[in-house]
Ligand binder design. Structure first.
Ligand code: SF4
Length: 374
């Protein structure tokens, strides 16, 4: 089981909170996709014995990409990799304004079977404040139209937004639930450096959301989704039965994946690779057969830290046996000792397994850093 992630670094405009790698200039999209095609072919050698069970077209905004270019990328994957056709999860990230009939038909026809739609909010002022391209009306029409073509789809939601108060978050969540998505990703707003949002909050510090406000909003979302039967299976992810994101779950399970495109990361045990985050340089380096990525071999401590970080973020949790077998008995004992000191409301320890509770997930970063080996 292995995955491929394709990073399409183009967006129509810059959302105020976003620090992903992308450009709003699409002039070089043809050259960039040609370079990604070369990278796909080059990297196929690394995956000769692997079967691809997930493909994820993310970004940026892949839904703005010219159909011919998407088709070229997809054909390159089909022609150079072994695909688990019966069980393939093939996701495309789309923004609501791109969910028009012709696009939906085309995406379905090329094999995409899951959409991840960036709704973020159903509160008009929040969408404007975020500088999103779409309106609430477009989100409603686009999602409605998508359901005619895709029965497996994720809706993204952001909470902890200072201008979206509790009752507006409740309305947003209920409106999202009305579409009965199979999956909901719900992220707490983070204030990233070098974003417009960071600048706005520097000028208006009274708007900086408090931790208490964000915890209350986390609980609102979790409660509303839980009442509708959504399983909270990772800090930021909820799904109906059997609709967990296979692609993201593979990251958390340490399965191999290839990241294609500028800024994309790859992992093939025990190595991690990350591509250059610069479109022009990426294109030039690939075309001139120069190195376009950096590589790091994870040492045992780094592997343990990764295991802990992912184990603490998921409902699946971690296993003391696994730690003993893959690392050492001492490390397994030390981990048990540290976890046993936590508040039982934050963690459950059952025989070989440990799992943070949804309340404990709020502390997962602090707990993880206490367990990390350096
Ligand atoms: S559309 Fe997505 S990737 Fe593009 S700027 Fe907005 S949040 Fe960032």
């Amino acid at each position: 089981m292995a995955g491929i992630y394709l990073h399409i670094p183009f967006c129509k405009q810059r959302c105020s909170y976003c620090n992903f790698h992308f450009t709003t200039n699409l002039n070089k999209s043809y050259e960039l996709i040609e370079a990604m095609i070369k990278e796909l072919v080059l990297k196929s050698k690394l995956f000769q014995t692997e079967t691809i069970s997930t493909i994820y077209l993310g970004g940026g905004t892949p839904s703005i990409l010219n159909r011919l270019l998407i088709e070229k990328l997809v054909n390159t994957i089909y022609n150079n990799y072994t695909i688990e056709t019966q069980k393939l999860e093939f996701t495309l990230e789309a923004n609501p304004e791109d969910l028009i009939e012709d696009n939906l038909k085309f995406w379905k026809q090329i094999g995409i079977n899951r959409l991840s739609i960036g709704v973020q909010s159903m509160h008009p002022e929040t969408l404007q404040w975020f500088n999103r391209c779409h309106t609430v009306k477009q989100a409603n029409l686009g999602i409605e139209k998508s359901t005619q073509y895709f029965d497996n789809f994720n809706l993204d939601l952001i909470y902890g937004i200072p201008i979206q108060h509790h009752n507006q978050l409740i309305t947003t969540t209920q409106q999202i639930l009305n579409f009965k998505p199979t999956h909901i990703s719900s992220y707490c707003l983070t204030i990233e450096s070098k974003t417009h949002l960071k600048h706005v909050l520097k000028q208006n510090p009274q708007l900086i959301p408090t931790e208490q406000f964000q915890i209350e909003q986390y609980n609102i979302v979790r409660t509303l989704l839980g009442q509708q039967g959504y399983m909270h299976y990772e800090v930021s992810n909820f799904s109906l039965n059997c609709f967990e994101s296979k692609h993201n779950s593979a990251y958390w399970l340490g399965k191999p994946y290839l990241g294609i495109g500028p800024s994309a990361h790859s992992y093939i045990y025990p190595n991690r690779f990350w591509n250059i985050s610069h479109n022009q340089k990426y294109i030039a380096d690939i075309n001139q057969n120069k190195s376009y990525y950096q590589k790091e071999t994870l040492n045992t401590h780094q592997q343990f830290n990764e295991y802990i970080m992912f184990a603490l973020r998921t409902k699946r949790g971690g296993s003391f046996d696994f730690i003993e077998q893959h690392f050492s008995k001492t490390l397994a004992e030390e981990t048990l000792q540290k976890l046993s000191k936590l508040d039982p409301n934050d963690i459950s320890i059952e025989s070989d397994y440990f799992r943070l509770t949804p309340q404990g997930w709020l502390l997962s970063d602090a707990i993880a850093s206490d367990l990390f080996k350096v």
